[in-house]
Design a binder for this molecule. Sequence first.
Ligand SMILES: NC(=O)c1ccc[n+]([C@@H]2O[C@H](COP(=O)([O-])OP(=O)(O)OC[C@H]3O[C@@H](n4cnc5c(N)ncnc54)[C@H](O)[C@@H]3O)[C@@H](O)[C@H]2O)c1
Length: 268
Amino acid sequence: MAATEPSPPNDLHLPTIQPTKFKDWVVVVTGAAAGIGRETAHHFAAQGAQLILLDINESGLKETQSLIQASGGKADTRKCDVSDEPDVNAAIAWTISTYARIDVLANLAGIYGFQPLTEYSSELYHRHISVNVNGSFFLTRAVLPHMQKAGFGRIIHTSSTTYADPKPGLSAYVMSKAAVVGLVRSAAVEAGPGVTVNAVMPGLIDTEEMRSKDGYEGIREKILENRAVKRDGKPIDVARTIAFLASPEAGFMTGQVVNCSGGETFSF
Ligand SMILES: NC(=O)c1ccc[n+]([C@@H]2O[C@H](COP(=O)([O-])OP(=O)(O)OC[C@H]3O[C@@H](n4cnc5c(N)ncnc54)[C@H](O)[C@@H]3O)[C@@H](O)[C@H]2O)c1
């Protein structure tokens, strides 16, 4: 876990953790069993939030919970398949009945598969739509009424720079991440006041799952060549961006897609 991990030593000013920044906020993180979701959960917990960790991977959830609790944070877990509408509704209803409100939804659950378009299996295509698109919609619809009632809320979904700069083999993934942009823009105009809906758009981020993919090293080298900030993107980089979008300081930002890629691409 790297919630307090400094940026590279050439950065003059190092990031700081503010232990009470999100004190007693109720923060739901999906995809919390691994990768960026785990780091995001830890980053909020390190700053005082009560975490609700959702994922299909129960053992991974328990690991994240233990890591958070070992550093003095508060985290509850619940198995939830974000592509399953009743499961999402039940997880959000349970969170509300247990914790009374939801301040932040950080939706990191996602899948990425690589297959050339002409060979793309229908099964893998439908899975991308179910998890990345339907999951984002079901979650938004389930949390929004509670946030609107409270007059405050932050919904942060996850797109990808591959939407702006697609790579071969990612058609269904890129399509699903484009849909996330449509969702945040359309949800933003219905959500407020006090409730914002944004997306973070990570570039290539060095997670265990990403490292396990065939051809990862080659892709990484090419991306690093073109990236303005010449280092690997880390889960903590994305977690910090999400925490900013969740913060009271970001209250005037909604319907936005925030690129966090070290300048891999400048548009979307
Ligand atoms: N790592 C990158 O380079 C990168 C780049 C751009 C965008 N993203 C996006 O960031 C998000 C997190 O990526 P990551 O690299 O941490 O991935 P990861 O594979 O390490 O973690 C994803 C988590 O989502 C969970 N998950 C998958 N399907 C689920 C479902 N149906 N219901 C609930 N949980 C489910 C997995 O169990 C896993 O714990 C994803 O949306 C991904 O598309 C990642």
